[in-house]
Design a protein around this ligand. Sequence first.
Ligand SMILES: C[S@@+](CC[C@H](N)C(=O)[O-])C[C@H]1O[C@@H](n2cnc3c(N)ncnc32)[C@H](O)[C@@H]1O
Length: 570
Amino acid sequence: MAKDYSKLEKEDLLKVIEKIESRKKYGLIWDEEKTREKFEKESENALPVLKEIKGKEIKTEPVKPTNILIEGDNYHALSVLNYTHQGKVDVIYIDPPYNTGNKSWKYNNRYVEKDDAFKHSKFLSFMDKRIRLSKNLLSDNGIIVCAIDDYECQNVRHLFDDIFGEDNRLGTITVVHNPGGRQDDKYFATAHEYMLVYAKNKDLAKVGHLEISDKKLSEYKFEDKFGRYKLREFRRSGANSRPQDRPNLWYPIYIHPKTLDIQIGKKSGYVELLPIDPKRIKRVWRWNAKTLMDDEEKYIEVKKDGKNFTLYVKERLDDNKGQKPKTFWNESYYSSAVGTAELKNILGNHFKGEKIFDFPKSKFLVRDILEIISTPDSTILDFFAGSGTTGQAVLELNQNKKGNRNFILCTNNEGGICEEVCYPRVRSVIKGYTTPNDVKIGGLGGNLKYFKTAFIKTTISRDDMKIRITRECTEMLCLRESIFEEKKNKSDYRIFEQNGHIMAVYYALEREGLAELKKDLDKMNGDKILYCFTLDPLGLDKEDFEEWNNVSLEPIPQKILDIYEQIYEY
Ligand SMILES: C[S@@+](CC[C@H](N)C(=O)[O-])C[C@H]1O[C@@H](n2cnc3c(N)ncnc32)[C@H](O)[C@@H]1O
């Protein structure tokens, strides 16, 4: 029964309050007040929009999807994407700064040092806002992957549990990114980091498995009526392979010298075989005697060489094919060194002798995780894109596994990372490049548009702000509709078209120009959408659009402002 506090004396009430206050809370708390994020002057009291940098557009195959690179703080980029891409992103891969205190991450324009008492609070404030904004972008079956290492792993996992729900955690993958171990660590040489994988809704999310590489495939040299296989000795070797380790796996097997029939238990005319290795060391078999006898010639093969017999297990391709991806990834090509070498290969000619970037991921690692969680038409977002590994991984995945995945990359331009590394890297992968060793690598083809975040001051009158936003939001609308080719540019309106889809934007408060716009649209074939300016928060006046039957209508900018209102106070 609930306690009746109204009858308690003040002193008793104070005791109750003290008890409640001292109770340990489960979950994450951090000092939000002391770690408030301050943005640059230009983005203070301002709302973000995107501006295209036209000279940086790359277009080699107009029928392929348009990929996007956004230069700017990802908080602003994610705000814009909350209007353009809500529910439209299938996969998010991020590799945020790890907050190691080694000049790896700036918060409020200052490096966060190792001994900063608020370092974890700062990191959590920073990540919390961004992860929440990005969750709105995920489609219902969307999946997010976050790379992280030991410094912040427990905090980030709690944060993701909070935001996505513990039930939607699909896995925590350990990745061996530094097989030799970090030798300057004091006690243990760190050799691994993590990928946290969460679904927006685990019942709708699909996780596939990796296709076996051609190199691995070629190891399955043999074939029988069950399919392809490779051979492994039935006698164990290495750790835990001695009879004292596994007594039940030490037993004699009897083999018929002609028919190669196998039996357990002595039989006349059969040869006894024990698991003793060439150095005469006693080992054990891989399976116990019962499992061996249950095999119906699917997995065990006996080979005879003169008077010697060897037993093998057939490792079947089909068994490996359907296997779920494991939570431990240790292929040598997942190491950070492979990421660094790849970047040098692509951009080494521009950065002769200089260090290009400290933290590129291996493209194979990003490619493999994306292969498992994306479909051939996925939209993939990386809002800590750094050197652009995710862009390259998506382009290569489309090439190798056939697909039309498209990417949205966002990174700030710290140390020129966006303009001087990420952009040239993606351009090189699309168009081709020459390595420092003079090897020519062909381009994969593709399209890219480069945007920068820009700002509209909120200190002007509300109506003026609406007019400014409408004028300045055209690129955002193009992005929202994926329609970029400009067909007409008049003072009151602009028309864009792409692959049979048409979008018009009407900017004027007066409606006279609508008749001319309608005439232009009537001459065009395809599905049509009109974004039309209005100051009325309730939407467009139907009377202005009689006979516009084949055009969908969207009032602007109220919907943009509604979304920004949830993100910013203005
Ligand atoms: C660990 S790196 C990512 C490396 C990337 N996965 C790669 O393979 O190149 C993190 C990147 O995020 C960028 N970054 C940090 N804070 C950011 C922010 N608030 N907005 C956008 N980018 C940011 C940094 O400049 C850095 O390049």
